[in-house]
Design a protein around this ligand. Sequence first.
Ligand code: IMP
Ligand code: MG
Length: 188
Amino acid sequence: MSAAPPNVGSADPRLLGRAVKRIAYGAPEIAWRVDELGAEITAAYPDGELLVLGLLKGSFVFLADLVRQIRRPLQVDFLVASSYGVGTSSSGEVNLVYDPETILEKKHILLVEDIVDSGRTLSRLVDVLQLRGPKSIEICALLHKHIATELRYPTRFIGFDAPNEFLVGYGLDHAEDFRHLPYVASLA
Ligand code: IMP
Ligand code: MG
């Protein structure tokens, strides 16, 4: 039933009658890459406690698939950050709307993000999380636009080097729509 390739354009009933320009990454390609990332992450953490921290909402689909490809013990929690001033000022202040209760101390933290754009959100978050004494903090992003001028930390695990276009699907939204697309599409 779900074997048919996704339709690009208004023919896909998920698209609210709107057209997407093109599919940037199809579901099979994403599944294949997430599988590889899971293997990379498994190999990168031979020991210690691992806490996978998903940045909501955008990471929820990616995180759900990713953790099932990591073959070692781990725990999962989430963060909700809200940024102020984005697009209107360069203050780059990030507020934690939901702060995980899980203890970070002495654990490996893997911060999972949907897409790295300016890198502002992640830089501030890593600063905040560093204060809690984790053993390590690494970033895993499904997509990276490589235009991040404000990212002060390297993204250790990257799914795809994304084009500088507005992308939706597989967790990524435009005004809260399109998160449920099983593929990543470029918005027309
Ligand atoms: P940054 O702090 O500028 O790196 O912003 C990252 C956040 O902006 C991501 O977590 C997304 O929620 C959002 N974002 C950036 N680029 C896109 C895009 O192409 N599509 C959808 N959301 C995006
Ligand atoms: Mg978003």
